[in-house]
Design a protein around this ligand. Structure first.
Ligand code: ADP
Ligand code: NI
Length: 215
């Protein structure tokens, strides 16, 4: 298993090293480490979880639209590394189920999938989540905050994918929805702490925006 995992890590490092949209190599590495921890606590199959976490963004809709429909990169890597057919199919199914899609989001039907989904969502929360949101916004020429803009709630997958808004708005439109969507016990606990930190951060952000800390 170790060599197999290392090969996957090497591929992800090579492919995502220079991404500045919040999907960099280190995002995948954090998701992998968190997912493996959740898997231990939930009694999930470690190999399936590790592979799905490492490959979850390899055919991302935004980064690799041409391989997104059939998950070509993930399939090829697993074939090249002689992953058993059954495991590979379980991994592909997880990759198809994990991503956030507004009101069209699904809960994976396996505990392995739920560990990967919670790990991916945790990385969008807390101090790291804040950094990723502003990095994503900057790389897509979005404002960090627009006081005149109101969040849109209840978006479908299509509406969410087309939607353009400031990075602070993204906190309300996606990030603060995640805590209640967590499905593993330790994932939910960590999400609560991370969300609390983000809300404190926004309180301070608005305080400074309005200059209330001056004078
Ligand atoms: P993943 O599939 O890895 O969870 P996404 O592709 O949805 O993530 O987003 C990657 C990162 O960019 C996340 O941290 C997410 O919060 C952030 N992000 C996505 N869309 C926006 C947006 N419109 N504004 C600000 N940040 C965003
Ligand atoms: Ni991800």
């Amino acid at each position: 298993m170790e060599q197999l995992i290392q090969n996957m890590i090497d591929y992800i490092e090579k492919t995502f090293r220079n991404d500045c949209s919040g999907h960099d190599y280190f995002h995948t590495l954090r998701v992998y480490r968190t997912a493996v921890k959740l898997a231990e606590q939930e009694g999930a199959d470690p190999l399936t979880v590790a592979l799905a976490a490492l490959l979850h963004d390899a055919d991302d809709f935004k980064l690799s639209p041409e391989t997104y429909p059939d998950k070509d990169n993930a399939r090829r890597l697993m074939r090249e590394n002689a992953v058993a057919e059954e495991t590979a199919e379980a991994v592909i199914r997880i990759i198809e189920q994990v991503s956030f899609a507004g009101t069209d989001s699904v809960t994976p039907d396996t505990i392995e999938g739920r560990c990967v989904q919670d790990a991916d969502r945790l990385d969008a929360l807390g101090a790291i989540g804040i950094a990723r949101a502003f990095a994503y916004g900057g790389s897509h020429q979005r404002l960090m905050y627009d006081p005149d803009e109101k969040p849109s709630y209840g978006m479908t997958k299509e509406e969410y994918q087309k939607h353009v808004s400031s990075s602070v708005n993204h906190f309300y439109e996606k990030l603060f929805l995640l805590k209640d969507m967590m499905t593993t016990a330790s994932g939910k606990r960590a999400a609560e702490d991370r969300e609390r930190f983000m809300k404190d951060y926004l309180d301070e952000f608005y305080r400074e925006w309005d200059g209330k800390d001056i004078g």
